[in-house]
Design a protein around this ligand. Sequence first.
Ligand code: B12
Ligand code: SF4
Length: 541
Amino acid sequence: MIKKILLMAVNNDRVNGAWEEIGICYIASYLRKKGYEVKLIQKQEKEIDFDIIREFKPDVVGFDIYEVSVASSFRVAKKIRELFPEVILAAGGPYPTYCHEELLMKEPLFHYCIRGEGEYVFWELLETLNHNKCLKEVKGITYIQNQNAIVNRPQELIGALSTLPLPARDILRDNNLKVAMISTSRGCYAACSFCSNQLFWKKWRGRDAVSIVDEIQEIAEKYDIFSFNFTDASFEDPSIDNYSRLRSIANELIGRQLDIAFHADFRAEFQRNADDELISLLFKAGLRGVYIGIEAFNDEDLRVYTKIATVEDNCKVIEMFRKHNISTSCGIINFNPYSTFDRLHENIKYMKQYGIAGNIEKITNRYRMYKETKLYERMQKDGLLNAGEVFSEVGYNFLDENIGELADYVTEYIEGINEKFNFPFVVINNFSENYISVVRHFYIKAQKYGNEKSSNVIMDFINASEALKQVINDANANWFYNLLKLAESGWNKGTAREISEKMLAPEFINDLANQYKNLSKKLYIGLIRSDKRFVDIIDGF
Ligand code: B12
Ligand code: SF4
């Protein structure tokens, strides 16, 4: 009889452990409601305590797997199999949804893949196993029978999201996280050619404002957390009715005076119908940072990505949020197999102008293939795939070989610096993009407390950090611009190295990262000296 379920998310250097894997948290609460005993573990691979698993003695272990966590999840699954040879292993999440047959056939390890939305399907699978019923009837799973992968019919999506219990918060509590993830909707109204979203969720479904804010309030009160990250593909959806859902959520948050800070994802064309009044309302409700799927600053690439937005939307949306002191972080896919020099020049010009080049990853980022997406199918048709390496950033050829050389080189050079000096670029990106919006929220808090000393300490940090960001932004952009010119006139790796050593020397980057670290120490000490209330708030950021 299956009773005990362990749900796991294995983090590594590409899958950030600072964010709760909200998918397994939803599955946990659903299964608990149905009477199962569930344990949740989200840890870096090296930090997993197998004694805890040994003690729990799971009957079934379910893994949440991304493309970038396949190898680490397999290693952990193997160890669990050694501990419990009879255990049933299941996988869900983005990777098992698209690559279910490959995952099961790769080696005899996992028994089941749950494709897409997991709550109902996983429960139905467990019930079917418990009652020895026919597996063929469980929609949405793939499993192995006589060494073949059997792909059952797809499932229907769960109707209203309000019928689901709120996600379990074990990971938030056990990992002592400072940011809680809130999923207010599933799906997206856009259809970008590189994204697997529309195949996964099929249609958009959203929760109502009251239930969302109830959830936020409960977390704030129970765990003393004030920072929230909305996991919605696009927070403004459904974007067809003057953003009435957005307004209701904001008004509900303001009405309850929760004093929280939150981050959310938006699409660039949002700016077409948004006005100052709406953005002010969102700011008042606590919106401190946004992530915008800009992807490119030239209309040709935007067409390759089938974005709704144009370059004009991209510029205007950044300006709109910044005008209201809301931090903007931009998704950029600088390289794709159809990239041209003109398009790359446009991208870097705007990235420099808007300070986006300060995060080196925006420059090195290239399209990553996902199965069943429109861009992948187009490349397949154009014969651009290189068979040995599918589903990664390096699984395809560029139409222009010199651009391919450039794309490989920039990644290699940056990785080299990161390895030499303990990831200075990661430090820089975290400070300049992730922490700055939280620090801005500290400023608002300090003003509310009426503490001038704290306000000054924070303002000093913001100003110094902005100055550093300008330095790194210009250095990164100028370095890339020079490499771009080199590649245009004929690629030469030796010259590329000379340019790099001169314009983006490893020691220079390491020094900038240290300057950021010193600034944050100064902020920390300054704040706890000036106002004891900051001790708890700042701890962990
Ligand atoms: C919000 C989001 C994020 C957020 C939050 C992720 C999170 N912790 O939930 C953040 C910003 C942290 C994020 C990060 C990344 N993301 Co993301 N993200 C999304 C996004 C926009 C929405 C996901 C969502 O709706 N979550 C809500 C919850 C309820 O859904 P869910 O997590 O998928 O869980 C359900 C099912 O997957 C399933 N399930 C999940 N796990 C399991 C386990 C078992 C055992 C079972 C049975 C079922 C099951 O059941 C769950 C409940 O129904 C999607 C695109 C999209 N619109 O779908 C991309 C997406 C999932 N992300 C993607 C990627 C690549 C990443 C990153 C790897 C990016 C990177 N660093 O390179 C990181 C890795 C994650 C991490 N922790 O760092 C890809 C995944 C592609 C792939 N095949 O692997 C997607 C599909 C976007 C894309 N490019 O197409 N992401
Ligand atoms: S807007 Fe975001 S989630 Fe929606 S289809 Fe485009 S990339 Fe995917």
